[in-house]
Structure formats: structure tokens, C-alpha cells
Write a protein that binds this ligand. Sequence first.
Ligand code: CMC
Length: 442
Amino acid sequence: MGHFGWTRFMTIIASKATLSFDDNSTPVSLPVYESTIGPAGIDIRSLYAASGRISYDPGFMATATCQSSISYIDGENGILLYRGYPIEQLATQCDYVEVCHLLLKGELPTVQEKKEFEANIADDAMIHEQMHFFFRGFRRDAHPMSILVATVGALSSFYHDSLDISNPEHRALAATHLLAKVPTLVAMSYKYSVGQPFVYPRKDMPYTANFMRMMFSTPSEDYKVNDVLVRALDRIFILHADHEQNASTSTVRLAGSSGANPFACISAGIACLWGPAHGGANEAALSMIRHIGSIDKVPAFIKSTKEPGSHARLMGFGHRIYKNVDPRATLIRETCHEVLNELGLNDDPMFKIALEIERIALEDDYFISRKLYPNVDFYSGIVQSALGIPSSLFTGIFALARTVGWIAQWKEMMSDPDSRIGRPRQVYVGPIRRDVPPIERR
Ligand code: CMC
């Protein structure tokens, strides 16, 4: 199949919206743009010039910051599409490398295209040997996300061949560097934390199996590939690969809007992902399950998350966009069963606590009325833990998987003629102009 790299930057005006004001000032007519699916967008760019007013939307609850053709979520119906393909089909019929090709280039690869794409990435997976010194500067107990923020940003000082953001060839090269080298850095951050020697990538292994080998091989024992476990991690990668304009993706776009280089932008995305309300939720969900400790304590814990004014949240539940079951949660739940079965861990107490939380919360009015369902992070911690990945690395695994989405979104922004430096306005509520009093009279 040929690639047409589906990018629709043509704005099609569907209708007009008129904004009127209570004080009888002149109404403002605004164009409304069509989307292929999902809500149409009211273009308010002329609002300030036409009315002297600005829009107010903390958290971007009803604001689109770009046009995009990469991923689409229908939160009411629990649907996630990458370039139009349902996540369920991609997760069961494709591997992560094919999904990366789809997200970056717009179409799933042919057999030949996949071979070339994967070979290019494998060729580029080693990092500059001098990067090792960066690692040695970190404490052994440094959080892997702090190492990743630093080392991914530091790639910009090693790969000058891909820093000219106005050059499409440089942009493509930066994409390959990042896709190839982030797994190596994630595995190195793990090896460093456990005091084992770094394991170099191998060209003759598929992407995900190679990553697991870099994680788990030691000089005294080579990693034996287990197809069920590799497939499970590959599925985690697929499920986390892209997710519309989430906080970290928006951070990457905002950083990139100033012309910053792609390594710096992805490093900014990693920093944002680290937060417990975003990528840190899988680590937080597993800590919560460990903290609960036994099935009989589940009801009391759930009760504590519902108390008015409580800061405790049921981690791995709820989503800004999904007001129905997160389709990724369904797929990862299935993977969780497969992995525990393969490893003979069906009686795993953590998994039993998770099932009990899910059962109680899904019958509880508090969660039902607020449309709070399990999200992808609820089960991914259990799967990763069973694979031998420590919880401090869960968000790093998420960052590895999301790197392709961030790059695809950054590349899309770079070729969008509407793209401008991101610079939100504010509704100022501070003091009006006043004079500085002399220090003895303050
Ligand atoms: N446990 C208990 N109550 C909750 C939870 C939860 N996990 N999530 C939301 N609520 C309540 C919240 O207290 C509020 O109640 P009320 O209306 O009585 O004040 C109501 O539901 C709406 O919450 P919100 O904070 O306005 O919703 P939001 O869209 O701003 O937040 C969220 C979305 C994901 C940050 C939030 O649901 C949350 O903190 N969940 C736990 C963390 C988590 O699992 N995050 C991973 C998200 S999926 C991975 C990703 O895509 O990054």
C-alpha cells in the first residue's frame, strides 16, 4: 500500500457561530471548522481583536490547540483510534514497530517497509560511548525518570546531524535517533540502579525482545526470550504509543513551538509525564495496591477516596477524556491474565486485590455517577511487576512507548502552517497599577 501520509491541514468551514454579549456590544461571528470525527472547532483567534475579550479555559477542557490526524479518542464510547485504526485491532494484529511506522508515517508498513524501518532503528540503537559518563554522575538510587529527563535532553549535544528543525531530513533522523536510543537509555537507567553492567543493543533482535535483553541479560546469564512476555510488553508499548493532546504531548508541542530541538522537546515531555496524575499513575496504582495489602482492607480504602475534601484518589481510575471503559484497560487486563498464567502467578495477591477494587468500584454510586472507570494504568503495573520491571521504572516504560507519539506530534506541528509559538493569555486578577512605597513605609 502506498503512503499518502494523511495530514489534513486544510480547514473546512462547517458553519459560523455568533457570540453575543449581555452588555449589548457588537456580536462576534466566528468560523466553525469541521472535523472528520468528533466535535467541530470554533476558531476564536479573532476574538480578542474583534471584542477585546479573551477565552478562559484552565486545563483546556473545551479548547483545541491544533488540528491533528494522528490519534482520536471517543471518550463517551470508549474508542481509541491511531490514524483511524481501532486500538483493539492494532494490539491484536500488529506489533509495536508496525504501530510506530503507522504513527510516524501515516500508514501501516508493507513487509519490505517494516524490514527497512526496523533495520534503521536497530542500526541506531547504540548511544555515544561518552554518554556513559552522564550515568556515572547520578546517585545509584536516582529515580529513572530524573535520569531520562537529563540523558534524553543530553542527546542534543551528541547528534548535531539532526538539530536543524527546518530540514525535513534532520527531523526524520531525529525521529529515528529517539525511537532507537530511548529504549537503550531506559534499560541503562535500570542497569545503573541495580549496579549491573550496561548491556549493548543487538541488531539481530526485534525491538521489544532487544529491550528486554538489555534489561535482563547479565554477563553471566543471557536473557532467554519468552514470546508471551515479550508480546505482553509489546502490547503495553502499543497501548501507550499515542493519546491525542494529553499533558505530556501538549508539553512537547509547546516546547517545540519555540523552535527548541526535538531532544529537548521530548525531554520536556518526559518531565511532564513523570507526574502522578499522568504517567506516574501506574507506579502510584501499584503502590496503592501494596499499601492496601489485603482484600479485606479494600472497602475501607475505597471509602477513604470518596470522603469530601479527601486528597486520596483511587489511582488507575478516572480519565479526563474517557467517561466509559478505557479500551486500553480492557486489553491490558487480558494481557495481565496471560502473563500471570504463563508465570504461574494466578494466585498473585496483588492481582486479587486489583480485581476486588475493580469489582467494588464498578458497583459504587460515587464512581458510577462520576463516570470513573479503570484506566490503562490500573493493570499495567501488575503486568510490568510480573515481568520483573521495578515500579520505579514503570513511568520510564511509558516514556519509551510514548516517544513515538511525541515525535509524530512534534513532526506534525512542524509542518502545520497554522502552528505558532504557544503563548496562552491570562485573566489577570492581581493588584491594579500602584507605586512602590519607600522601604520604611511598607
Ligand atoms: N478517585 C476518586 N475520586 C476521583 C478520582 C479517583 N481516581 N478521579 C476523579 N475523582 C473525582 C473527583 O474527586 C471529582 O469529584 P467531585 O466532583 O466530587 O469533586 C470528580 O471525580 C471529577 O474529578 P476531576 O479531578 O475534576 O477530573 P479530571 O478530569 O480533572 O481528572 C484524572 C482526571 C485522571 C487526573 C483523575 O481522574 C485522577 O486523578 N485519577 C487518578 C490518577 C490516574 O489514574 N491517572 C492516570 C490517567 S490515564 C493515563 C494517562 O493517560 O496519562
